[in-house]
Design a protein. Sequence first.
Length: 203
Amino acid sequence: MTTDNTTGKFLLAPLPYDMQALAPHISEETLLYHHDKHMAAYVNKLNELVGGTLYEGMAIEDIIRQAEGPLFNNAAQAWNHEFYFATLSPSPQLMPSGRLLEAINTAFGDADSLRQNMTQAAVALFGSGWVWLAADDRGALSIVSKPNAGNPLTDGLHPLLAIDVWEHAYYIDYRNARADGVKALWQVIDWKTAEERYAGIVK
Ligand code: MN
């Protein structure tokens, strides 16, 4: 996450697309609340909690790995949302390719099976949380389900993709139908971003 050069405070990254750009899959109203209200609150709370502590000036990934309680929750939620919004695009590459696709085929059989497994994990996760596609240091892939603010960084893994299964991510557009929200999300997930992240891990 970027920080303010003068104050060192974490900054709310603007959405990399217009609020209307992901409709009809994700509405303007959902993005407005999700980014400008929910994510903004996590970033503000993170700055408030970090001020005057040994975590001040620390990289957010290290805060996530080391902190517990409210500081972990707000640091992870700030990071998770920047990551999540950066994965979405109005003109996404809808299928993985290249080395990431090879790793997906090895771990899950094919890209459709991965999508089905992640969707199933998202529907099955009780309450609020995140479902991640993550890689280990050698590039081997796994699906990681985490409650609340959970992030695979705390397991020493590298996140590639995230599905936000908090109700605030889908309730305006899909009400209680989480599966429909996840199905729509796949229409705006940009595999190019995941491939770039993967290329940064497996040199
Ligand atoms: Mn969210």
